[in-house]
Design a protein around this ligand. Structure first.
Ligand code: FE2
Length: 335
């Protein structure tokens, strides 16, 4: 049953409204906007009937305050007033009122206008839900395409095949050890999967170069962070997606790129991806060096703790040290 809140300083008129409406709706009444504000969270009305001339806080002020509250801004407001001035009616509608009814009010007119307002509200809510669903579906498709793109990027270089998936898996291990919620961990997996998506804009001759990069080539290579964030920033239903791409090469000591953020200025998810990314790089063969053994990697991570890496993240990662070789083997089989 729809809930209607009537605000009017005349108790007699509130009783009249209650008599007319309570057959069809759940009706709540109050003699002032101030009292209504206090109970709005519990009441959650679907529609508000509002008197214009009231002492202290009048109808204008009440409507303005209601429209400013995020939990009330969508509730349709119908003014019921003795005012017959057309200019005032026009102003009420302009300020955001849904309708304007002049006292004395007939039962038929009131019921029909209230029902119409509620019908419009229901339609617009249904439309909003459908639109949100469609947007989500569309964004999921984009996400899947971007993930496929990442797999292709990893495959461009035989040394980095399966890199994004492994980084995502290691990031999850770290987050589990930092007691993240299941939902946050699921999000982190997708964010980590896409951390290197900006490499799509790095030419093969730089990405696959086996000799040291020139300063210009290095700048292009580093720009994959900013390019990745640019690609991902428009996917708005997926919060923080671009943060992993942009900040995974920042360093805890502030000497990283692209923004030189320091310590906890770097989003935690990026500090996690950074450790996972470095671990995968150290445990993979490269054209310019063979992979490091577990003892060497452990030493490197500890040496970088507080410099390149967040010490808490390194600590959380080292807690899983024993299972890491097994996970790595299992993931290499999947590639
Ligand atoms: Fe990267």
């Amino acid at each position: 049953m729809y809930r209607i809140l009537a605000i009017d300083d005349t108790s007699f008129f509130l009783r009249v409204l209650e008599d007319i409406l309570s057959e069809y709706f759940e009706v709540f009444t109050t003699v002032s906007g101030e009292i209504a504000f206090r109970y709005m969270e519990q009441l959650k009305p679907d529609l508000i009937l509002l008197d214009l001339a009231m002492p202290k806080v009048d109808g204008w002020q009440t409507m303005r305050q209601l429209k400013m509250r995020p939990d009330c801004s969508d509730i349709p407001i119908i003014f019921i007033t003795s005012q017959t001035d057309k200019a005032i009616e026009a102003e009420c509608l302009k300020q955001g009122a849904y309708d304007f009814i002049t006292k004395p009010v007939s039962k038929e007119v009131l019921l029909s206008r209230v029902k119409k307002a509620l019908e419009v509200k229901r339609y617009s809510e249904e439309l909003k839900i459908k639109l949100e669903q469609k947007t989500k579906e569309l964004e999921e498709v984009s996400l899947a395409s971007i993930s496929a793109m990442t797999a292709l990027i990893d495959a461009r270089d035989s040394y980095t095949k399966g890199h994004s998936k492994r980084v995502a898996r290691y990031s999850v291990l770290i987050a589990e050890n930092m007691n993240w919620s299941k939902e946050e961990i699921r999000r982190l997996y997708d964010i980590a999967m896409l951390h290197d998506v900006g490499k799509v804009g790095v030419p093969d001759k730089i990405l696959l170069k086996t000799t040291p990069l020139t300063p210009l080539e290095m700048a292009v290579m580093k720009s994959h962070t900013v390019m990745g964030a640019e690609i991902l920033k428009d996917i708005t239903t997926f919060r923080d997606l671009e943060l992993g791409a942009r900040y995974h090469h920042e360093r805890f000591d502030g000497k990283g790129y692209p923004d030189g953020l320091f310590g906890t200025e770097i989003p935690l998810l990026a500090r996690i991806i950074c450790v996972a990314d470095s671990f995968d790089a150290m445990s993979s063969n490269r054209c310019y060096r063979p992979r490091l053994n577990p003892a060497q990697i452990r030493k490197e991570l500890l040496r970088g703790s507080g410099k390149q890496f967040d010490p808490e993240v390194v600590w959380a990662f080292l807690k899983t040290w024993e299972v890491l070789p097994l996970i790595r083997k299992e993931m290499q089989r999947q590639v």
